[in-house]
Design a protein around this ligand. Structure first.
Ligand SMILES: [Zn+2]
Length: 166
């Protein structure tokens, strides 16, 4: 999987976040799109994944992200694993281009009946996409309709507070 974020981050827009102490704000549409995707995969007994697209901004507290949209493409998936199909990578980039936003701010995938956490493979995927840049991992378990958000710094995955923007 190629690294999607370019190394030269543009100057971030300075705008005070809507709620202090929260570093991820997600639109209701993006939440619906992720949970619907996970639900469709669940009916086929498959994990799903995609990217969260939006904006990275900064304020006095540091950097934070607003996710406005989701992007995905063909997947190689079964009940316990999922990855973007290598041959569909152009579709993934086209899907990103259709989104509102100028940055990949996170990724999502589903777990079928095993709860929401980041496995060692998930952590590797996360670091592969984001490296040291700001990025969030959303894990959805459609079997029990739960969703959790993680950030993944040098100390390992940590649950991250998220607020849904309506
Ligand atoms: Zn996982």
């Amino acid at each position: 999987m190629p690294k999607i974020i370019s190394a030269d981050t543009p100057d971030l827009e300075f705008r005070t976040r809507p709620v202090k102490g929260v570093s991820l704000f997600v639109s209701e549409d993006a939440i619906t799109s992720m949970t619907d995707h996970a639900e469709r995969g669940y009916l086929e007994n498959k994990e799903v994944m995609g990217l969260l697209i939006g904006y990275v901004m900064k304020d006095g507290e540091g950097t934070y992200a607003k996710a406005t949209d989701t992007a995905t493409s063909g997947l190689d998936a079964d009940e316990a694993s999922v990855r973007f199909k290598k041959e569909d990578i152009e579709d993934l980039f086209a899907s990103i281009d259709r989104c509102e936003g100028n940055a990949v701010v996170g990724w999502y995938h589903s777990h079928l009946g095993i709860g929401c956490y980041l496995s060692d493979t998930d952590i590797k995927t996360h670091v592969g996409i984001f490296g040291d840049e700001i990025g969030f991992a959303v894990v959805i378990d459609p079997s029990v309709s739960t969703l959790a958000v993680f950030s993944c710094g040098s100390t390992g995955p940590q649950k991250a507070p998220m607020i849904i923007l309506t």
